[in-house]
Design a protein around this ligand. Sequence first.
Ligand code: HEC
Length: 130
Amino acid sequence: MKRLVLLAVCLAGPVWAEGDPVAGEGVFQTFCSACHGTDAQGNGPMSGILTVEPPDLTALALSNDGVFPVFRVVRQIDGRDPMLAHGGEMPLFGALFDFPDGSIASETGQPIITAQPIADVAAWLESVQD
Ligand code: HEC
């Protein structure tokens, strides 16, 4: 019996953690809503003083042939894809979430290793797409 269980575990392959959208909404409201708005549509209280408008994050899939761009989003938040509005070479969130303890499947199914709060916020954003 034990061998069967072990075989089943081996056949299932490595178990990658996924983002948790419920936890991700909390991360978003704490760290992102000031600019992006509580509904992620870009109208947070700070948006009026920014020279670059925060985009509507609920339309990311629509503008990408209906596919939520997980890989791009994760890298824009953890700072691997530097964006001036997120601190450019000094990423606002890269240092804050600088521990690779989570992962989320990219649109191709490949796991992206990142901090769990970033995987969570990406999962929440995916769940609120138009
Ligand atoms: C200081 C204001 C500010 C904060 C805080 C902020 N953002 Fe942004 N974000 C922006 C702006 C402005 C842009 C547009 C940048 C550009 O187009 O160059 C942007 C762009 C993005 C994009 C890129 C969208 C696209 O079209 O590819 C994503 C994803 C994103 N933000 C997610 C987040 C998340 C998640 C958080 C919280 C962890 C966050 N942002 C916090 C201002 C902010």
